[in-house]
Design a binder for this molecule. Structure first.
Ligand code: C5P
Length: 401
């Protein structure tokens, strides 16, 4: 699938740059043409000589390299590719991309391009989790940039652990293949943008405690994966769950309902929204800045405030309402009446209702029994695997958009 594809690889300055040598080899093995742009910092980690030897092409490093400008020019460089891959995408380069800054060849190419861009972030976990990086990533996702990784694990810095390791070369390769596959014609949702929410949210009480629910995220992840297989460009906004990123899906991991809302809003405009997350209805009114201690005052009591309703915000959006808005209703009683009420209240086109009473085993399980509730009527689906529910729901989406 990669034979004759032209990949422009932008290598920024991070320790993970060494993994790019392997990536280039794997791409070349599959017949892809690889042209490489390196930032100045990248050259501190790997040399243009080794990169050029593997890519079998000259390596571009300098915006003002007259020979290069004469031969090709940075605009052409950015356009003569089928896909631009940024690996490692450092915090600095992501910030530049999010803000349209361009002061070197790499950032100029990224601003000048009209081609799809796939970024493989790599940075210290604190930098990845910093609100500035979260904002930049949300912005880039809204701009249509796709992401692969970062993964969690040990960092180059001793004792540092968390999300920030660059995806492995084979994972980046899979994401590149998925990108070309997604662009492939004939798939029913090619060119459609979809935002999906999944999982629970965690609402902090103090720095070590939180309120959560039993959502596993399995149904939402299955839907995101099925939508991507159908060719859609999918942004999955996921609360804290232990599930791997589905292939070809851009995943934004969040903790709280407010973070989830911000990420979903950042993903608009899009054609379809599937809000499968079990968002906490309430959060603690005032999060304690220090761990609440046992003391003579006795047991603490928590006051709650209501969280924003993400589905309602999207369903009733004055300007950016997606064409199709799908919500979920997880109930333990009065399933149908509650689902019907939700349709109207939240401005959804369709509610997927399921009974999550403990005896059903649906919460956290692999199977689901759902009822599709619309203004025009109710359709009951038999008990099936969550993956099958996802496939059938995608078929419904295909019909409606
Ligand atoms: O009101 P209830 O939580 O039962 O509604 C469920 C539907 O609304 C789900 O689609 C869920 O993802 C969505 N929801 C939301 N934001 C909230 C609460 C629920 O998007 N704060």
């Amino acid at each position: 699938m990669l034979a004759s594809k032209r990949i422009l690889l932008v290598i920024a300055g991070g320790i993970a740059a060494y993994k790019c040598l392997e990536l280039i080899r794997r791409l070349r093995e599959r017949g892809a043409h690889v042209r490489v742009v390196m930032t100045k910092a990248a050259q501190q980690f790997v040399t243009p000589l080794s990169v050029g030897a593997l890519s079998e092409d000259r390596v571009y490093t300098d915006l003002f390299d007259l020979t290069a400008e004469h031969e090709i020019g940075h605009i052409r460089l950015s356009r003569e590719a089928d896909l631009i891959v940024v690996a490692p995408a450092t915090a600095d380069l992501l910030a530049k991309m999010a803000n349209g800054l361009c002061d070197d060849l790499a950032s100029n190419v990224l601003l000048a391009t009209d081609k799809p861009v796939l970024a493989a972030p790599a940075m210290n976990p604190r930098m990845w989790g910093h609100p500035a990086t979260r904002r930049n990533v949300a912005r880039l996702v809204a701009d249509g940039i796709r992401f692969v990784g970062p993964n969690s694990g040990a960092m180059a810095e001793r004792g540092e652990f968390g999300a920030g390791r660059m995806a492995e070369p084979m994972e980046i390769l899979a994401a590149i293949e998925a990108q070309f596959e997604a662009a492939g014609e004939g798939r029913p949702l090619a060119g459609r943008r979809v935002v999906v929410t999944a999982g629970p949210t965690h609402e902090p009480i103090d720095p070590v405690r939180y309120i959560a629910n039993r959502s596993s995220g399995k149904q939402g992840f299955a839907i995101a994966a099925a939508l991507a297989r159908a060719g859609a460009t999918v942004t999955l906004v996921a609360g804290p769950v232990g599930l791997a990123d589905p292939e070809g899906v851009t995943v934004i991991r969040v903790e709280t309902a407010r973070e989830m809302l911000a990420a979903v809003e950042g993903a608009l405009p899009c054609d379809v929204a599937v809000m499968a997350a079990a968002v906490a209805d309430w959060r603690v009114a005032s999060e304690a800045s220090e761990k609440i201690k046992k003391g003579p005052e006795g047991t603490p009591s928590l006051a709650f405030v209501e969280n924003p309703d993400i589905l309602a915000t999207v369903g009733r959006h004055p300007t950016l309402r997606p064409k199709l808005v799908i919500g979920f209703a997880a109930e333990t009683e009065n399933l149908l009446a509650n689902a019907q009420a939700k349709l109207a209240k939240k401005g959804a086109d369709l509610i997927v209702a399921n009974d999550v009473s403990p005896e059903t085993g649906i919460m956290g399980g692999d199977r689901n029994t759902v009822r599709l509730v619309e203004a025009s009527g109710v359709t009951d689906w038999p008990d099936m695997a969550k993956d099958e529910v996802a496939e059938k729901l995608v078929a419904v989406v295909v019909e409606r958009v």
